[in-house]
Design a protein around this ligand. Structure first.
Ligand SMILES: Cc1cc2nc3c(=O)[nH]c(=O)nc-3n(C[C@H](O)[C@H](O)[C@H](O)COP(=O)(O)OP(=O)(O)OC[C@H]3O[C@@H](n4cnc5c(N)ncnc54)[C@H](O)[C@@H]3O)c2cc1C
Length: 800
């Protein structure tokens, strides 16, 4: 065994093998995979091997699509048969809402370039899968490329193809210990020690322990999962084709053909965790005892959906474990704070997602960033709070139970909540606050009368009018919003300004001023839509999206320089925002400081009642506004005094649902919608904040975009002739039957009385007045591009 490799991948399941393959394919052949037992000896050997395209996160759906296309390549490259059966796939809907959801999911697929799908009637579906009963079904979606593979063959194909490109696979060699060194990692194995620059945790069922070897507590847990393989089904013997991979969402089952029988997999509503601290080291090719009682309901539904199962016996039961993160998506990428330690864990559907995970991780390691926007599976989307075992148990359990349950966009799920609450939480709850979750924090959505319950809906919900009233209150008077859910980083030290000037693409604000600041990656794509504050005393703040705290901190750390002190103030600071024409009247009453002189985008420290606060004059609502930041412990007092001072002006508390509507009326983009790490400054209009005269991270790529042929897409605002439902994101936009773009976010503009959306469209269709159409909840609606900022286009209200 060699004593040095550039990369050591721990784990020879489908994920580790795919990572190895992609590293070798991209030119890093000094890489080795270490497997405790033999390849496939974790979850991989007993997987059902099915692959289908659907995923709620369009970026992950794209990576799944990549994996599906990779199967032929690895089979050919390795010469290893992977038992590829491209039977096509059906996803069936059994409730009216689900059928609507599936129709919009189909449109999302079109938006992201997956075109080999089509909607089918129940009759068509029954012709495609004749052993299925159509009872209760309303329609389905067909996908050409779906099917199943032989799991062991597939892992060996990845590993074989990697070996052909120079990679090494070492079996029967457990990794015992990991020690961080100056150059990377010392990997202590049963067969000796290896030094490497990078180590990848692809240890599947043992990911928890391999994380702990590096002092990392990954939010991952195994859960048990059942499938059965039936005896031969006479009906199938008579068919001259294989039945497609079929998912019955309302029945909690998936099915594929297995020789002349079928494999029926069950997503158990009554879920069961297994070995939350990781599988025992001696665990190998054994399975858990099947437990038909636990899955009786789902089994009954499955046997009713496929009546032929009632006539034949069960040949084999499989009850095995695989791993889940709290939101069910993988945990991929560089682990914050552990240089050279990479996660490729919690890959729930390794055969479906493993290719995309391997590709992204290899690109990340070799090029510094993955090609796709992989935020949805980035290990840095969680914070330290997600290390808690009870949190992991509740959230992974919730995900598993709801795997085939439809989640509505306005639905709030209870697991792991409430976790962190701001100081005024109890008072705000008493005032009727309905809460949502951002990362670990409870954030206000809107304020309702006692007993109000919002019905889950794909369309406008019964909270629509409440949110409308809150929007009007902000536009016409003054509103109060809890902004504890913004991130705040403090930058100080002798090189603070120099560092900020390098990582932000904009000019820095003068003392006592704030400025919008795009932050770019080296490849010129966006890394943040931030606001920088210069407090004038040598300290600066960076403000952004709260849920990106770890993600941004990892980026800042990776680009740090001597002489800079950076602190995440997320646990220390909280705040409220006053917005609306009467906001000055309210805040003026509470301070003898020169608050009335504070110009738009000005900032400073003020006494606010008894409290010492930092105040910035800006608002996401597009009104005159004051963001008031206080110590976390002062939050309840700050709320009380602001409400008291605003009583005469009819101050009204509002939530983020109203803010999202108000910002849409101003065409203000937000992260994860208009701005993502997949988009560039030119596409999104962020280029208008760039200071082209200075040097900054990502400049050469940004200049290349500016001086090239221009961006391929342009961010626009649209008005939709909607009917009871608004766009939400990823809906395709059409002109004369040709797709010309997609929605980035949408909603109702309550004070302009229009259904609005922001969208990326090809530049030829970006002019105001251009008529287009857009699918909203699966229905095509007329729409048109309008000038940006339908409310107060000149910005008079916010400049005051
Ligand atoms: C019943 C069932 C059905 C499934 N059906 C499907 C399906 O249809 N489609 C699909 O895509 N997915 C399916 N899955 C999920 C799939 O099995 C997993 O997503 C996948 O196997 C995960 O692969 P992995 O490489 O991450 O982990 P694993 O397969 O668990 O591999 C991890 C490997 O790491 C090794 N290892 C761990 N620690 C060490 C160490 N210290 N030193 C050296 N080696 C170590 C282990 O021995 C193991 O081989 C199913 C799972 C189950 C249980």
């Amino acid at each position: 065994m060699k004593s040095h490799y550039r990369v050591v991948v721990i784990g020879g399941g489908v994920v580790g093998a795919s990572v190895l393959y992609h590293l070798a394919k991209m030119g890093w052949s000094d890489v080795c995979l270490i497997e405790r037992s033999v390849l496939t000896a974790g979850s991989s050997w007993h997987a059902a091997g099915g692959f289908h395209a659907l995923n709620a996160d369009p970026n992950i759906a794209q990576l799944q699509s990549y994996t599906i296309d990779l199967f032929d390549d690895i089979q050919e490259e390795s010469g290893q048969n992977i038992g590829l059966h491209r039977t096509g796939g059906l996803t069936m809907a059994g409730t009216p809402d689900r059928w609507e959801w599936l129709q919009s999911a189909y449109r999302t697929f079109q938006s992201i370039g997956i075109h080999d799908c089509r909607l089918v009637t129940v009759e068509e579906a029954l012709a495609l899968n004749p052993i299925m009963s159509g009872d209760g079904l309303l329609g389905g979606m067909w996908a050409d490329r779906e099917g199943y593979i032989d799991t062991t063959g597939t892992v060996h194909a990845y590993a074989g193809a990697a070996k052909k490109r120079g990679a090494t696979v070492i079996e029967h060699n457990r990794v015992l210990e990991l020690n961080q060194t100056l150059q990377g990692w010392e990997v202590i194995t049963e067969k000796g020690t290896i030094n490497c620059e990078h180590v990848v945790n692809a240890a599947g069922l043992w990911a928890k322990q391999v994380g702990r070897m590096a002092g990392v507590e990954l939010p991952v847990s195994p859960l048990n999962h059942h499938y059965l393989i039936s005896d031969t089904i006479p009906q199938l013997e008579e068919l001259d084709f294989e039945v497609p991979m079929t998912v019955d969402l309302e029945g909690f089952t998936y099915l594929r053909q297995d020789q002349k029988g079928v494999l029926l997999g069950i997503y158990e509503v009554n879920h069961q965790h297994w070995m939350m601290d990781g599988a025992p080291w001696e665990y190998g090719f054994e399975l858990q005892q099947e437990d038909p009682d636990r899955i009786e309901n789902e089994l009954t539904m499955g046997f009713e959906r496929y009546p032929c199962l009632q006539e034949v016996g069960v040949k084999t039961w499989v009850n095995g474990a695989f791993t889940f993160s709290p939101d069910g998506n993988p945990l991929v990428g560089p682990v914050p704070g552990k240089r050279g330690y990479w996660s490729a864990c919690a890959v729930m559907a390794g055969f479906l997602q493993g290719g995309g995970v391997g590709k992204s991780l290899a690109e990340w390691m070799i090029n510094g960033t993955p090609e796709a926007d992989v935020y949805g599976m980035d290990v840095a989307r969680y914070g330290i709070w997600a290390e808690n075992k009870q949190y992991i148990k509740e959230t992974t359990g919730q995900f598993y139970t709801r795997r085939f349950v439809m989640t509505y966009p306005n639905e709030q799920l209870p697991a792991g909540r409430p976790l962190k609450t701001a100081g005024a939480y109890a008072d705000m709850s008493a005032a009727g606050c309905q809460w949502g979750r951002s990362w670990d924090l409870e954030v206000p959505l809107y304020f309702a009368e006692p007993g109000f319950v919002e019905a889950p809906s794909l369309k406008r919900s019964n909270a629509h009018e409440i949110v409308a009233d809150e929007c009007q209150a902000v536009r016409n008077g003054v509103g109060l919003l809890d902004i504890s859910g913004f991130s705040r980083f403090e930058v100080s030290g002798p090189n603070a300004e120099k560092w900020l000037d390098r990582i932000m693409a904009s000019k820095l604000p003068a003392p006592g001023r704030a400025k919008l600041a795009p932050m770019l990656a080296e490849d010129g794509r966006l890394k943040g839509d931030l606001t920088v504050f210069n407090w004038g005393d040598g300290t600066w703040w960076i403000m952004g999206s709260y849920y990106l705290r770890t993600w941004h901190m990892r980026w800042f750390d990776d680009h740090m320089m001597e002489g800079v002190t950076l602190r995440d103030l997320g646990e220390e600071m909280a705040g409220f925002s006053l917005a609306g024409p009467a906001s000055l009247n309210v805040i003026e009453k509470l301070t003898d400081g020169p608050i009335a002189d504070l110009k738009f985008m000005g900032c400073g420290s003020f006494d606010i009642g008894l409290l010492r606060c930092k105040v910035g004059r800006l608002s996401v609502a597009g009104e005159r506004g004051y963001e008031v930041h206080c110590r976390a412990g002062d939050h309840a007092v700050l709320r009380r005094i602001l409400l008291q001072a605003g009583a005469d002006a009819g101050i009204r508390e509002y939530g983020f649902n109203a803010l999202l509507s108000l910002r849409l009326e101003k065409s203000f983009g937000i992260w994860n919608a208009e701005f993502t790490q997949g988009y560039t400054p030119g596409m999104t209009g962020m280029d208008r904040w760039i200071d082209w005269d200075k040097d900054f991270v990502g400049k050469s790529a940004a200049v290349a975009e500016r001086d090239g042929n221009g961006p391929s897409q342009t961010l626009v605002t649209m008005e939709i002739d909607a009917n009871g439902a608004d766009a939400s994101g990823f809906e395709p936009i059409w002109s004369d039957g040709v797709q010309v773009g997609f929605v980035t976010s949408g909603g109702f503009g309550h004070t302009v009385g229009k259904s609005l959306a922001m969208a990326l469209v090809d530049p030829a269709h970006s002019r105001a007045g251009t008529e287009v159409s857009v699918h909203v909840v699966g229905v095509e609606r007329q729409a048109r591009i309008i000038a940006a900022s339908p409310y107060d286009p000149d910005g008079k209200a916010m400049r005051g």
